[in-house]
Ligand binder design. Structure first.
Ligand SMILES: *Cc1c(COP(=O)(O)O)cnc(C)c1O
Length: 379
């Protein structure tokens, strides 16, 4: 079933070859759910749908809290986290291990926070002991920003260890970008003492873009109640009240809500442990396959992501050329590096609707690229 390309108005949708870091491919069932007629977001039917979604989302974050659902992309969710929990003069430590860590820091800075930025070399994960030292040197912190899975480098940060140290050293709120991890990598928000985790519909959740989902602890909700200025649309308190009544504050992306409901049902049916294990296995297979084709991992191997594999291309190669070769010959879409690593890094997304055959197809396409390179070198 997996290899069947769904046909929509005669256009074949290449559902399984989108190996970028997001948006990710949609399962046929999810495509079908998206195609449903829209309904009122104040109707009984919508109420049942959103309540089912809230219930299914909780274990993905590892929380008893009600995940807040806003119509926005993941970046909107990161901004909402800042707007609700900080004051414009709050002091914030931003763990910046790549492109998305930098973005989170920039949002806090734009809001007016006093920023202490901890810049890590790309490919490295924040070390818990270094974090402890960092916190002892820093002024009193109101919040720490962490990217759980840094999509620009393929690094998975040791979040539970980092959170433990933050809790030991301070009462700072812990705000986490989980956009490329929630639903693919285990998270225990309540047990780890994390205050906010942000994700989006279009990554591991196998849904179209359109929704950001934010789990907020009671500490984060208390901060939001206390700090009433600086926001309207993204207000946590009002959204929580609305969701508890089975609706959203304003018109949601109804079709994306339908799609998400179906995707979460698929995750529940597969079983969360099986979903996590599948991602781990696929990441291992992708990484070791690329290594045996001559590519060196970009991420510290001890902290390699389960959802995105980043590798360095050879000294005389261009990631752009390889990317275009895969597109042109195989209709496989992958990502290049970010910022100054654009030409030297390839990034493969394997989150959500992805199975071993997808990885095999990608690896054999890259093997073919290697062969043609060799051919062109030997007269
Ligand atoms: C995709 C992504 C985002 C958010 O991107 P949007 O385009 O705003 O949805 C944020 N953080 C990480 C780690 C991501 O992978």
């Amino acid at each position: 079933m997996k290899n069947v390309s769904p046909v929509c108005n005669g256009v074949i949708i290449l559902s399984t070859n989108l190996r970028i870091s997001g948006p990710t491919p949609l399962p046929p069932q999810v495509l079908q759910a998206m195609g449903r007629q829209v309904i009122s977001h104040r109707s009984q039917e919508f109420r049942e749908c959103i309540q089912g979604i809230v219930k299914s989302l909780r274990p993905l974050f590892g929380t008893q809290a009600t995940p807040l659902i806003f119509t926005a992309s993941g970046t909107g969710g990161l901004e909402a986290a800042i707007l609700n929990t900080l004051e414009p003069n709050s002091t914030v430590l931003a763990v910046n291990a790549g492109y998305f860590g930098k973005r989170f820091a920039e949002i806090a800075y734009a809001f007016g926070a006093k920023l202490v930025e901890w810049k890590l070399p790309w490919g490295k994960a924040a070390d818990p002991d270094d974090l402890r030292r960092m916190m002892r040197l820093a002024p009193r912190l109101d919040a720490v920003l962490i990217t759980h899975n840094e999509s620009s480098t393929g690094v998975l940060s040791p979040l539970s260890d980092l959170a433990t140290i933050i809790r030991q050293e301070s009462d700072a709120l812990i705000l986490v970008d989980g956009v490329s991890s929630v639903g693919a990598i285990p998270l225990e928000m309540d047990a780890w003492g994390i205050d906010v985790i942000v994700t989006a519909s279009q990554k591991a959740l196998m849904s179209p873009p359109g929704l950001t989902i934010i789990a907020a602890s009671s500490r984060a909700l208390a901060a939001a109640r206390q700090q009433k200025l600086q926001r309207y649309y993204f207000d946590f308190t009002r959204m929580l009240i609305a969701l508890e009544e089975g609706t959203t504050t304003y018109t949601p992306a109804v079709s994306t809500v339908f799609a998400l409901g179906t995707a979460l049902e698929m995750i529940r049916n597969e079983g969360l442990a099986a979903v996590y294990n599948r991602h781990k296995q696929l990441a291992y297979s992708c990484r070791s396959g690329l290594e045996s084709l001559g590519f060196m991992g970009f991420a510290d191997p001890l902290h390699a992501s389960h959802t995105i594999t980043a590798v360095l291309v050879g000294q005389h190669q261009s990631s752009n050329v390889i990317r275009l070769f895969l597109e042109k010959n195989y209709n496989i879409f992958i990502s290049q590096g970010r910022s100054e690593w654009k030409e030297q890094v390839l990034r493969i997304g394997h989150m959500g609707f992805v199975v071993q055959e997808d990885i095999d197809r990608l690896l054999s396409a890259i093997e073919q690229y290697n062969k043609e390179q060799l051919k062109s070198l030997t007269p």
